[in-house]
Design a protein around this ligand. Structure first.
Ligand SMILES: *Cc1c(COP(=O)(O)O)cnc(C)c1O
Length: 352
């Protein structure tokens, strides 16, 4: 607390990201991709004329958005890019969810949503997951007088994904406010709701280059939605920072989008390793929730989450442990390379 802080800042509860360790560890705690970005990225960086840095970047990020639009089969007017999807989400909260009515959200989901809600004075109405640890779509759709609906699909940190059909059923019922589907993990095996954009003007899909395109350090995220929603996001962006995406990030993002082979190969590797890891964890007695993401959420009937987390840490392996009542016993484990997962299993074998 400082006397210099505004009342609003005193009230904030900031997001706490997973640790970025300084020493060498096997890092399975923040859902980064274990494989390098597309080879074209290094080449683009090598060829980049430093003189470009004198100039401000294109405030509309047109070239990047055009490539994004082409990749997703939408028009440029249906795309938006920002400094990580976290920023895109912050803009979306500001643009669409600041009404008096509460925002409908699953009780367990990406923990940044409550932080934005708090920042913007938005009330949340939390919907418990069903007994399968799935987002309860029916409950979300049933609520009334809302400022909007937001959930991640696949959800974090459970990894469960709903089908496109289920998401469309929700959109048929919620037409008055924005439905935001956060697809940070969609590339690891789930169906994207981008296919529904043309039919539902209140649907906004967000995504990131951080996970499936191995560019967490670059900070690049996007939204796809009807032109009126994109205009709403642009109004917020241009009232905050006209240039959230720098010229290097644009260039790198374009290269990453263009290399579909590399993208697919990395994604398939992660999926294969995920299923292999799941089996091995189950052999050790873990309950592993089925995942369509690049992580698994697992708990052991005889060992506490905190205890396993600490044991792994001592052995140089970092996973994520959430200190909340419901998730306290779980570990969220990012899928790394096969070698990294072998080390994880070995370490767990010594702990159990
Ligand atoms: C990682 C993550 C994000 C943020 O991604 P960035 O683009 O790196 O900001 C957003 N939503 C969910 C659910 C995530 O897991």
């Amino acid at each position: 607390m400082s006397q210099y802080w505004s009342p609003a800042v005193r009230e904030l509860t900031p997001y706490v990201p997973g640790e970025q360790p300084r020493e060498q560890v096997i890092k399975l705690n923040t859902n980064e991709n274990p494989y390098p970005p597309a080879p074209g990225v290094s080449e683009a960086l090598r060829n980049y004329a430093t003189d470009h840095l004198r100039l401000y970047p294109d405030p509309t990020s047109y070239a990047l958005r055009a490539t994004l639009a082409e990749s997703y089969g939408v028009s440029v007017a249906e795309t938006f890019v920002g400094n990580g999807s976290d920023e895109v989400l912050a803009f979306a909260f500001q643009a669409f969810f600041r009404h008096d009515a509460p925002l409908d959200v699953p009780s367990i989901t990406y923990s940044f949503y409550p932080v934005y809600a708090n920042l913007y004075g938005i009330t949340l109405r939390k919907h418990p997951l069903n007994d399968q640890w799935e987002v309860d779509i029916d409950s979300l759709a049933n609520a009334s007088e809302r400022s909007g609906v937001i959930f991640a699909n696949p959800n974090a940190p459970t990894g469960h994904a709903h089908s496109l059909e289920t998401i469309e059923a929700l959109l048929k019922r919620v037409t008055d406010r924005v439905v935001l589907v956060d697809e940070a993990y969609v590339d690891f095996g789930a169906e994207s709701a981008v296919a529904l954009i043309g039919r539902y003007p209140n649907l906004l899909v967000t995504g990131t280059f951080s996970k499936s395109r191995s560019l967490a350090g670059l900070r690049l995220g996007y939204a796809i939605g009807s032109p009126e929603l994109i205009d709403g996001l642009q109004r917020v962006k241009d009232s905050f920072n006209s240039y959230p995406v720098d010229s290097l990030a644009s260039l790198v993002g374009i290269e990453a989008l263009k290399d579909k082979e590399h993208f697919k190969a990395c994604r398939n590797n992660v999926i294969t390793t995920r299923e292999r890891t799941r089996l091995r964890l189950e052999q050790l007695g873990f309950e592993v929730l089925p995942s369509k993401a690049n992580f698994v959420l697992a708990q052991h009937p005889s060992f506490e989450g905190a205890q396993l987390f600490a044991g792994l840490r001592e052995r140089g392996i970092l996973v994520r442990h959430f200190n909340t009542d419901v998730l306290n016993n779980f570990l969220r484990i990012t899928i790394g390379t096969d070698d990294e997962m072998d080390s994880l299993i070995e370490a767990l074998e010594s702990l159990i």
